[in-house]
Design a protein around this ligand. Structure first.
Ligand code: FAD
Length: 486
C-alpha cells in the first residue's frame, strides 16, 4: 500500500487526506496543534461559542463532493442552509441596505434606499457572473503551471475572453464608472477583501467574487463553521486516516530530487508522497534543504490580516443579522493605511458576525456572540499593542455611532485574535489570511504551483498556494493535487 504524509490539518490538509485515502493510500496527517481545522477553529467562553476564523461559506458543493467521492452522504456528516440575506450594510448617515442574495430583490432594495436604478444593479451582477463563469474553470480548477492545462478547449476559450475581463483596470475604477453612488461602490468594492486584496489596486476581474454571493449563494452550516472541519475530520477517520496531533514536521527528506520522507522528533518516516498544507513561505524557510529554496516565494507581498474581538454580549439586537458591515466613511483611506502605510485607519470598516442569530445555543438566552473584525495590514513588526488599543477604541466608537448605544455596557467577556497570533497558531507568514496578495494583475500566475518543479513526490495545498485563500479555493487546491498525483 502506498503511503502519504500530509503536513497540516487545515481545510487543505483534511481535504487532501480524504482524496488520498479514497485513492487507496495509507494517509498520516501531522499537525502541530492539538486539534484539526487550522484557521477554522472554535472557542467557548462563559456560555458563548465562537467560530474564530472563517465565517462565510460559499460553494458548499466543493465540500459535498468529498463525501460523494468517498461514497458517503454528506448530510450524515453536516448540513447547511442557503442565506436569503448575505450581508447587512450599515452607513453612518443611518442608511441600512439588506444584501439579499436574490439579485432582483437586492436591486429593488438598493433602488429603494439609494435611488440607483435596479437595471444598473442587475446588469452589474450579470457582468460579474459572466466574469466568474468565464474564468473560474481556468483560475480555480486547474493547475496554471502544467502545460497540458493550456491544451484544453475550455481553457483556450477562457484565454480568448481575457482581454474583455477587465484585468487592466482596478475594481474601484470599474465600479466607479458603473455607479455614481459611493454606498453601492463600497458594497461591490468590499468583495476584494474576500481574498485579502485592496479594491483600489486589485484587478477588476475580482469583481467576479460577488457572483459567489449574488448568484451562487451564501450559506451557513447549521452548527456553525467549525462543523465543516469536524465533518471533514470524521470522514477522514471513517476512511482510516491516521492523525498525529501536537506533532510538528521539522524537515522534509529529499534524496536525488525525490521527497521520500519527513522528520518527526529528529527521526525519519518514509513516504511515497508528501503534501504540505503548511504556508509555502515556511515550507521553504524551514522544511526544505537550502538548495531548493525559491527566493521569489520568500519575498512575495502577502494578503492583509485581521484583528478580531470575540465579545459575549448580554443583549439582543434585532436590527443586526448574521453578517453585518459598518462601512468606513473613507474606504480609500482605509485601504491606503492597510496596504501602503501598514497601519490601521482611524475609521475602520467593522464586520460583525453573530452566529447565535442562526444557532441559538451559541449564546445564553437574550445574549449574542459577536465576532467583531477589521482588516489590518499583515505583521511587519508594527507596535501592535498600541495599534490594537487604538483600534478597539475606534471600533467601539463606530458601533456606538451607528447603533446609537454604548456597546461597552453589554460586553461581558472578551478574547482577541491578532496578526501575530494568527501566525503563531497556524504558521501563516505575517499572519496573512489568504497567502500571497492578489493586488496585482498577474498574481494568479505568480502563486506557488501545487507541485514542485524540482522535487518529485512533493505537493502543496491550502490557502498559500494556487488557486489561493478561502475555503473553496483551499478545497480546489487539494483537488488539483489529487489530479496531479494521478
Ligand atoms: P490553515 O488553516 O492555514 O492550516 C494549516 C495547518 O498546518 C495549521 O493547523 C498548522 O498548525 C499546520 N502546520 C503548519 N506547519 C506545520 C508543520 N511543520 N507540522 C505540522 N503541522 C503544521 N475563508 C473563507 O472562505 N471565508 C471566510 O469568511 C474567511 N474568513 C476568515 C477569517 C479569519 C479570521 C481567518 C484567519 C481566515 C479566514 N478565511 C476565510 C480563510 C480560511 O480560513 C483559510 O483560507 C482556509 O481555512 C484554508 O486553510 P489552509 O488549508 O490554508 O490551512
Amino acid at each position: 500500500m502506498k503511503k502519504a504524509a500530509i503536513i497540516g490539518a487545515g481545510i487543505g490538509g483534511l481535504s487532501s487526506a480524504i482524496r488520498l485515502a479514497v485513492k487507496g493510500y495509507r494517509v498520516d496527517v501531522y499537525e502541530s496543534n492539538k486539534s484539526y481545522g487550522g484557521k477554522m477553529k472554535e472557542m467557548s467562553m462563559k456560555g458563548f461559542r465562537f467560530d474564530m476564523g472563517p465565517s462565510l461559506l460559499t460553494m458548499p458543493e466543493k465540500l459535498d463532493e468529498l463525501f460523494y467521492l468517498a461514497n458517503k452522504n454528506p448530510r450524515d456528516y453536516f448540513s447547511y442552509s442557503k442565506l436569503s440575506e448575505g450581508c447587512r450594510y450599515f452607513y453612518e448617515d443611518g442608511t441600512v441596505i439588506n444584501g439579499y442574495t436574490d439579485s432582483k430583490k437586492f436591486a429593488h432594495e438598493v433602488n429603494k434606499k439609494t435611488g440607483v436604478s435596479e437595471k444598473l444593479i442587475i446588469k452589474h451582477i450579470n457582468k460579474n457572473l459572466f466574469l466568474f463563469d468565464s474564468t473560474s474553470f481556468l483560475f480555480l480548477e486547474k493547475s496554471l503551471h502544467k502545460i497540458k492545462t493550456y491544451f484544453s478547449f475550455r481553457v483556450f476559450i477562457a484565454f480568448l475572453k481575457l482581454p474583455f475581463l477587465q484585468i487592466f483596470e482596478s475594481m474601484n475604477t470599474v465600479n466607479k464608472r458603473r455607479f455614481n453612488n459611493e454606498k453601492i461602490i463600497k458594497i461591490f468594492n468590499r468583495f476584494a477583501t474576500y481574498n485579502g486584496s485592496n479594491p483600489f489596486k486589485a484587478p477588476a476581474i475580482l469583481n467576479s467574487i460577488s457572483a459567489l454571493e449574488f448568484n451562487k449563494g451564501a450559506y451557513y452550516p447549521d452548527k456553525g463553521m467549525f462543523s465543516i472541519a469536524s465533518a471533514l475530520f470524521k470522514l477522514c477517520k471513517d476512511l482510516g486516516v491516521i492523525f498525529h496531533f501536537k506533532t510538528t514536521i521539522e524537515k522534509i527528506s529529499v534524496e536525488n530530487n525525490i521527497a521520500n520522507g519527513v522528520f518527526v522528533n529528529k527521526e525519519i518516516k518514509f513516504f511515497d508522497v508528501i503534501i504540505c498544507n503548511q504556508d509555502i513561505y515556511f515550507v521553504y524557510k524551514k522544511l526544505l534543504p537550502q538548495r531548493y529554496v525559491l527566493k521569489s516565494f520568500l519575498t512575495q507581498e502577502r494578503s492583509s490580516s485581521a484583528l478580531i474581538f470575540y465579545w459575549g454580549i448580554n443583549k439582543g439586537f434585532e436590527n443586526l443579522n448574521l453578517h453585518n458591515i459598518f462601512f468606513s466613511n473613507n474606504y480609500n483611506e482605509e485601504f491606503k493605511n492597510i496596504s501602503e502605510n501598514n497601519q490601521i485607519y482611524k475609521d475602520p470598516t467593522v464586520y460583525i458576525n453573530i452566529t447565535s442569530k442562526m444557532t441559538r445555543k451559541d449564546a445564553p438566552n437574550n445574549c449574542e456572540n459577536w465576532f467583531v473584525m477589521i482588516n489590518t495590514p499583515n505583521d511587519k513588526g508594527q507596535d501592535w499593542e498600541s495599534l490594537i488599543a487604538k483600534a478597539r477604541n475606534n471600533i467601539i466608537k463606530k458601533i456606538n455611532r451607528v447603533l446609537k448605544i454604548n456597546i461597552e455596557d453589554y460586553i461581558t467577556c472578551e478574547e482577541l485574535l491578532t496578526p501575530q497570533l494568527i501566525e503563531s497558531t497556524t504558521q501563516s507568514f505575517r499572519g496573512s489570511l489568504y497567502g500571497s496578495s492578489s493586488n496585482s494583475r498577474a498574481s494568479a500566475f505568480f502563486r506557488h504551483p501545487n507541485f514542485s518543479n524540482r522535487i518529485s513526490n512533493l505537493y502543496f495545498c491550502g490557502g498559500s498556494v494556487h488557486p489561493g485563500g478561502g475555503i473553496p479555493l483551499a478545497l480546489s487546491s487539494s483537488k488539483i493535487v489529487d489530479e496531479l498525483i494521478s
